[in-house]
Design a protein around this ligand. Structure first.
Ligand SMILES: Nc1ncnc2c1ncn2[C@@H]1O[C@H](COP(=O)(O)OP(=O)(O)OP(=O)(O)O)[C@@H](O)[C@H]1O
Ligand SMILES: Nc1ccn([C@@H]2O[C@H](COP(=O)(O)O)[C@@H](O)[C@H]2O)c(=O)n1
Length: 421
């Protein structure tokens, strides 16, 4: 298996590796040592008594298989490895090369149970799309060597050489940015459709979803009436506002994901990002079809649409501070060319403490992502910033802290100014 997967990781010696140790990414490169050359030291691994570490990179050419297996691999490793192994997320990428990121895990080998670890690795490389490397500590404790595992007996390839591990600078943007397009965010009906179609064999529910889809993102004529989307984090007042707008404007209220996908939403929420995001992306096309029909008769108000799909996906793919997000103007913030464009998108924003108070008062269950919003201040900031950076159409921010009626009046003013209602 190592040989077959090796061909999926071109330019091995030019790759950068990232291991998350104690919550912070450590970047390293690999280097062949030439005679008399001083090799820079690797970051000091905290547990100095470990002599050997391993990395596993998931590198199937089938992206659905890769996404599913990456999630399963963590459970498998956690079940088999000792807690001292410090299992950490790892990735490898070619700087500035789109779609070059591969994910995996890194862990410290336990000398007491090395044979059972190696048995597990042996099983994995026989059956699964993983590429395993071992890292051996040098005598001074800081210089590490990377070697393909198990060492290739013959046929010296670029990968089967021994390399020294050397520190590397952090890339300008989070490496996940390289793979966002059509893995986390889908920019056409076809791209998202392809993912769900491939899932049909392993997720029977995918077939039911496919049956509900419009026959393609047909270019319909623009609705005669205005289409207004209300966006925002949970509990910012979207439901309250959209219902008031519906009543005031005698409009139709739609939502994304649409009601018809409700039976399958929880199922797809358990899936890895590739599949989950494809599900939500397709939901927008079903809603767009409904907008197209209703918008010929009345104004249409939409509770969440494309901005939500893209902003949450981008903010989840990238970790850490706002500076890790793709730069403003990046292609990842562009609107899909085949998706209906609303006339106005309003983003409701709220002070985090007030949002929490409203969540508490409402007292409903929360999705994992909503809990993450509560606990992780950086995630919340990334989602809000991604919302603001999406363009074509961009959103207009409205402070949702005044009373429900004041927020309604503010948004009605915007609608009358922009949509001539
Ligand atoms: N302007 C407001 N002032 C005070 N409370 C409000 C205001 N708007 C909404 N609320 C209350 O805040 C809570 C959350 O509002 P709402 O359900 O409308 O938010 P939401 O954005 O639709 O949330 P979710 O996305 O989780 O469905 C509700 O209890 C609602 O009554
Ligand atoms: N158009 C959409 C709508 C929602 N999502 C995802 O759902 C979560 C929030 O939705 P709630 O109904 O629970 O408020 C959020 O995690 C988004 O990832 C989406 O992707 N696209």
């Amino acid at each position: 298996m190592a040989r077959r997967t090796a061909s999926l990781l071109p330019q091995w010696s030019s790759r950068i590796f990232s291991v998350e140790l104690d919550g912070a990414p450590h970047y390293f490169a690999i280097k062949e040592k030439h005679r008399g050359e001083e090799v820079p030291r690797l970051f000091t691994l905290k547990a100095r008594h470990y002599e050997r570490c391993y990395s596993l990179l998931v590198c199937s050419s089938d992206r659905v298989r890769r996404a599913k297996f990456y999630g399963e691999l963590k459970d498998k490793l956690l079940r088999h490895l000792s807690p001292e192994s410090d299992l950490s997320p790892m990735s490898s990428f070619l700087p500035d090369v789109k779609d070059s990121l591969v994910r995996g895990y890194f862990f410290k080998g336990d000398s007491q149970s090395s044979s059972s670890t190696e048995r597990l690795l042996q099983e994995l490389i026989q059956r699964d799309p993983v590429l395993v490397c071992s890292y051996l500590r040098g005598e001074d404790g800081q210089l590490w060597t990377q070697r393909l595992w198990p060492p290739a007996e013959s046929q010296m390839t670029e990968m089967s050489k021994d390399y020294y591990v050397v520190p590397s600078e952090a890339p300008k943007y989070h490496p996940s940015v390289l793979n966002i397009v059509n893995s986390d965010v889908f920019y056409s009906f076809e791209e998202a459709y392809e993912v769900l179609k491939k899932c049909g064999d392993i997720i029977p529910e995918a077939k039911s979803v496919l049956e509900l889809l419009p026959s393609g993102a047909e270019t319909r004529s623009k609705p005669d009436f205005p289409v207004i989307v209300i966006e925002g984090l949970d509990a910012t007042g979207k439901t309250t506002l959209t219902e008031s707008l519906r009543d005031t404007l005698k409009a139709v209220l739609l939502q994304s994901p649409p009601q018809c996908l409700s039976p399958w939403r929880a199922r797809f929420d358990q899936e890895p990002p590739l599949i989950r995001r494809a599900f939500y992306a397709l939901g927008n096309y079903i809603t767009a079809e409904q907008i197209g029909q209703q918008g010929m008769k009345t104004p249409v108000i939409v509770d969440r649409f494309w901005h939500s799909t893209a902003a949450y996906a981008i903010a989840t793919a990238v970790s850490g501070p706002l500076s890790n997000l793709p730069a403003e103007g990046s292609e990842v913030y562009r609107w899909p060319s085949d998706l209906l464009q609303p006339n106005l998108v309003v983003l409701l924003t709220l002070d985090p403490e007030e949002r929490k108070r409203r969540l508490r008062n409402r007292g409903q269950g929360k999705t994992e992502e909503e809990q993450e919003l509560d606990h992780n201040q950086l995630f919340r900031l990334r989602v809000e910033e991604a919302y603001r950076r999406i363009s074509g159409p961009s959103c207009i921010t409205v402070d949702a802290s005044p009373s429900a009626d004041q927020v309604l009046q503010q948004v009605l003013l915007l609608i009358r100014g922009k949509c001539h209602l």
